[in-house]
Design a binder for this molecule. Structure first.
Ligand code: B12
Length: 213
């Protein structure tokens, strides 16, 4: 990771006041909300590394999460303002898998999807595989988004895909996975159809699936 931007560095420093000030300035200057989120993600990535190196502890993770939530509160109305391209008949079910409570990234995806016009069923965090399968069955949704930020919850993602197959629903639904540590290897392990490295990619994949591209 190269030099951090002023915003990313302020986040790493857990300087909430400065973060909010920079975000407000960027919004006033008309900067795209997704670019602001990208900068914040760089800061969150650095915080994760400091946590791994035992230089930051759980309290810093919690604090950074709280600061980012404040930033998202500012950005959400702007994200919802993008032009609606999807129809509300296009249902996307989404959730963070069992034993994982990270939801900041998932919530960004939900906001963007709703802003694009998708009908989103957000099942929240720590969602058991059975709940995903039941919801797909009941709604007939064609897209399922799974979020996981912890390596040890990758098997929970695979469990969802396996249970969809066991229920005879695998052909009906495309599964997209996301979350910072997810990569192509994880996608193959879980049996998911797509990997999205960021929220905008996730939305584009949904548009592609529903034939909007
Ligand atoms: C904030 C944070 C927390 C907060 C979460 C608050 C919340 N409400 O979400 C708290 C403090 C609760 C937390 C707890 C823990 N955390 Co934590 N946390 C983080 C941190 C610093 C940032 C995560 C974040 O919000 N990033 C910003 C968002 C915007 O990015 P994102 O989630 O990746 O989402 C983007 C994309 O990935 C994508 N996306 C995400 N999901 C999806 C889904 C779909 C369908 C699509 C299309 C796209 C998509 O779109 C988003 C926007 O572009 C990361 C560090 C990191 N590098 O990620 C560690 C990190 C994820 N945590 C970690 C750990 C170890 C833990 C704990 C186990 C710590 C502990 N000892 O208790 C607990 C686990 C709790 C649990 N059971 O879930 C590790 C995980 C290591 C690993 N890979 O297994 C990390 C990587 C830190 C590290 N380097 O060690 N954490």
């Amino acid at each position: 990771m190269g030099n951090l931007t002023q915003l990313a560095q302020a986040l790493v420093d857990l300087d909430e006041e400065l973060v909010n000030k920079i975000v407000k300035e960027k919004i006033a200057a008309g900067e795209a909300p997704l670019d602001i989120i990208k900068e914040c993600n760089e800061g969150m990535g650095k915080i994760g590394k400091l946590f791994e190196a035992n230089e930051y502890y759980l309290s810093e993770l919690i604090m950074s999460g709280e600061i980012l939530k404040g930033v998202m509160n500012e950005l959400e109305p702007l994200l919802a303002n993008v032009e609606k391209e999807a129809s509300t008949a296009d249902v996307v079910v989404i959730g963070t898998v069992k034993d994982d409570i990270h939801d900041i990234g998932k919530n960004i995806v939900v906001t963007l999807l709703k802003g694009t016009g998708f009908d989103v069923i957000d099942l929240g965090v720590d969602v058991p595989a059975e709940t995903f399968v039941k919801t797909i069955k009941e709604t007939g949704a064609r897209v399922l988004g799974l979020s996981a930020l912890l390596n040890f919850t990758f098997p929970a993602m695979k469990e969802v895909v396996d249970q969809l197959a066991a229920a005879g629903l695998r052909d009906q639904v495309k599964v997209i996975i996301g979350g910072a540590p997810c990569n192509e290897e994880v996608r193959q392990f879980t049996g998911a159809d797509y990997l999205a490295k960021d929220a905008a990619t996730g939305v584009n994949i949904c548009k592609e699936i529903f034939g909007k591209c």
